[in-house]
Design a protein around this ligand. Structure first.
Ligand code: ISE
Length: 353
């Protein structure tokens, strides 16, 4: 499709969504795609799921039957459909770029799960396509920005109450991640959350990445670095230490402590109740990220639908996805070199100014 044709489609889609509830197609009905589809259909106002697609046809049919929407035979059918205004991309990471570009060309609004793409070249191709279109159409699924804990952390930090951030200690543990028995994928798929949230918290880009890893858990294969420490420095010199442990066995945990010049801020695991019973006191631990970040996913989706209805993208955008891809790819380089690798970002296009 030519650029003017895509721009005309964009304008038509903007007029339509302003008038009524937006019609969403969900590509990928695995764990997170199904969570998004259910949130849209049952809890978010201003949107309805029109169609779903998954390469596992039965899974798509099941989700379609559950939600009362169609299961389309291909992702192209979803993207090309005139019955659909907006697309949620929740497919395997390697397909995000191709699907996002196709959806841009059809004038759709897009919520793209992280990462924008596993490589910088693919992420850049998406950004170039959006810049050529001249409109922001993509919101990145960096849902931690909608988590009440992270929101509070940012508000406290921005208030200046604890002074200047100096160090961040971050923990990101998954009970099991058999699908990421590859340390490079852990960086682009999982640690990418810390890459985004910490640049958002601090409001600055990264300067360098270093990987430190030693003895691995017996639950992974040879050569997999699990746990590993990913050490970042930022442009202003803040040091960030991220413990990534994708097979910790006991539960799902995400924590962040900010050490600042006048105090510290600590964000726990998102559980607010301490229960005492039968001679024991304790808090529960989430089993998986969709439990821990349930509120964040829902709030992210409502914010996206509200923004799309108004014809804007206010959430994390394609530049954020691209900056995260550059940083993650630098971390992958550091994995092999075991050296401190500099993060080099090109100039930010004016569209994302
Ligand atoms: C997964 O895709 C997520 O988004 C989770 O938040 C993260 O903890 C997990 O490691 C990823 O694989």
């Amino acid at each position: 499709m030519t650029l003017p044709a895509a721009q005309a489609l964009c304008a038509a889609a903007t007029d339509r969504v302003a008038a009524m509830s937006i019609r969403v197609g969900v590509i990928g009905t695995g764990n997170i795609g199904t969570t998004h589809a259910r949130n849209l259909q049952h809890f978010v106002s201003g949107a309805e799921v029109t169609a779903v697609y998954d390469s596992d046809t039965q899974r798509a049919l099941d989700v379609g039957a559950e939600l009362g929407c169609a299961a389309y035979p291909s992702f192209e059918a979803v993207i090309d459909s005139p019955e659909i205004d907006a697309i949620v991309i929740a497919s395997p990471d390697a397909l995000h770029a191709e699907q996002a570009i196709a959806a841009l060309h059809q004038g759709k609004w897009i919520l793209c799960e992280k990462p924008l793409a596993p490589t910088v070249d693919e992420a850049k191709a998406v950004m170039d396509a959006e810049v050529a279109l001249g409109h922001r159409r993509i919101q990145m699924g960096f849902m931690r920005r909608y988590d009440p804990g992270y929101e509070q952390l940012k508000a406290e930090l921005d208030s200046g109450a604890v002074g200047d951030a100096l160090l961040l200690h971050c923990v990101h543990r998954n009970p099991q991640a058999p699908y990421v028995q590859d340390s490079a994928v852990v960086l682009t798929n999982s640690v990418v959350h810390e890459i985004d949230i910490n640049r958002w918290l601090l409001g600055e880009e990264y300067a360098s990445v270093t990987i430190v890893a030693g003895r691995a858990t017996p639950h992974v294969g040879a050569g997999v670095l699990d746990p590993m420490l990913v050490l970042f420095t930022t442009e202003s010199g803040v040091v960030i230490e991220v413990e990534s442990f994708t097979n910790c066995q006991y539960g799902y945990e995400v924590r962040c402590e900010v050490v600042a010049s006048e105090g510290t801020l600590e964000m726990g695991n998102g559980s607010f109740i301490n229960t005492a019973r039968d001679g024991r006191r304790g808090t529960s631990i989430a089993g998986i990220w969709t439990d821990r970040f349930n509120d964040a996913y829902l709030r992210q989706m409502q914010a996206w639908v509200t923004d799309v209805t108004a014809g804007v993208v206010n959430g994390p955008n394609t530049w954020d996805g691209f900056a995260a891809a550059v940083t993650a790819e630098t971390a992958v380089r550091a994995l092999t070199s075991r050296m401190t690798e500099p993060v080099r970002l090109p100039a930010r296009p004016a569209l994302y100014g």
